[in-house]
Design a protein around this ligand. Structure first.
Ligand SMILES: C[S@@+](CC[C@H](N)C(=O)[O-])C[C@H]1O[C@@H](n2cnc3c(N)ncnc32)[C@H](O)[C@@H]1O
Length: 281
């Protein structure tokens, strides 16, 4: 699994200079000991920084020597999942109390305000807000490998709409809510794979061919025009074979059928992360 390091955030936290490997953060504060103190309990600020530097949202974090679970509290406050192990039940009791404490949204919000190591009070929550929500819908769009060299100049993408008896079929999926478009290639005789190209979606509109320049003579009447926030960008780590079953599981399997026909299919950012461990974008 490629390792992950959020260089930009670390730089931002260090006055816009590369983060050094010696960190100065305040000692553990009294509010961090509200559920009794573990003898070698670490400050939340330290674990928060480690977690933000090295994981993506929704990641699983394991601390096999968890003590009072500072790692777990920092993980859960930053929308990561956590598993902790300790040989002392007394320490696991402190861990459980700490976890119960942050199940209260007001306490969680208060603790987030108090974690040090940021330039100002709002920086941590602003950063969490800018991380992609793992549950957001993302769209998967097909592009022929041989046409890929052109894609970087484009800031629009078209999906054919399905028509039956002159009625445009609603896609059974979250294409209209999708926030990121990932481009894949392959298909038919070859396995499908991510090409590395992606873009954030600004808007998705259903359009008739006559309204789309260059599509006047197309045999398909309706298109979804996906307006992108910028041109396509390339993430070289996105070179993974797509397994429609794990990525597109959707009860009725309609998504998988669409995917097989190169029609727009959508999934969640969480599934893409899980399937690919892609470098966070
Ligand atoms: C340095 S403390 C961790 C403190 C923790 N980071 C915190 O903030 O509370 C190390 C923990 O590892 C536990 N431990 C040591 N050897 C272990 C073992 N073989 N299996 C499980 N836990 C162990 C100890 O009980 C202790 O709570």
């Amino acid at each position: 699994m490629p390792h992950y390091f959020n260089y930009e955030l670390m730089k931002q936290l260090n006055g816009d200079k590369q983060m050094k490997d010696v960190w100065k953060l305040p000692a553990i504060a009294p509010w961090e000991k509200s559920c009794a103190k573990h003898p070698t309990q670490k400050p939340l600020s330290v674990l928060t920084r480690l977690i933000l530097a090295s994981t993506k949202p929704d990641a699983w974090i394991l601390d096999p020597f968890t003590g009072s679970s500072t790692t777990g509290i920092a993980a859960n406050l930053a929308n990561r999942r956590f598993l902790g192990i300790d040989q002392e039940t007394a320490f696991l009791e402190i861990s459980k109390k700490r976890k119960l404490e942050i199940e209260n949204p007001t306490t969680a919000a208060l603790y987030k305000e108090k974690i040090s190591g940021f330039n100002d009070k709002a920086e941590y929550s602003l950063f969490l807000n800018s991380e992609p929500d793992p549950e957001i819908n993302v769209a998967l769009g097909f592009y022929r490998s041989k046409e890929l060299p052109d894609i970087e100049n484009k800031n629009k993408f078209y999906f054919h709409a399905i028509e039956k008896n002159n009625i445009v079929q609603d896609f059974p999926i979250g294409i209209l809510d999708a926030k990121i478009l990932f481009i894949y290639s392959g298909g038919r005789s070859k396995a499908s794979h991510f090409t590395g190209y992606y873009a954030n979606i600004k808007n998705v509109v259903l359009k008739h061919k006559s309204k789309i320049k260059g599509k006047e003579n197309s045999e398909t009447e309706f298109y979804y025009e996906v307006e992108l926030e910028s041109n396509f960008m390339k993430n070289k780590n996105l070179k993974v074979e797509l397994n429609p079953k794990s990525l597109l599981e959707d009860g009725g399997n309609k998504n998988i059928e669409l995917f097989k026909q190169f029609l727009p299919a959508s999934t969640t950012f969480k599934k893409v992360l899980a399937a690919n461990f892609l470098t966070y974008i």
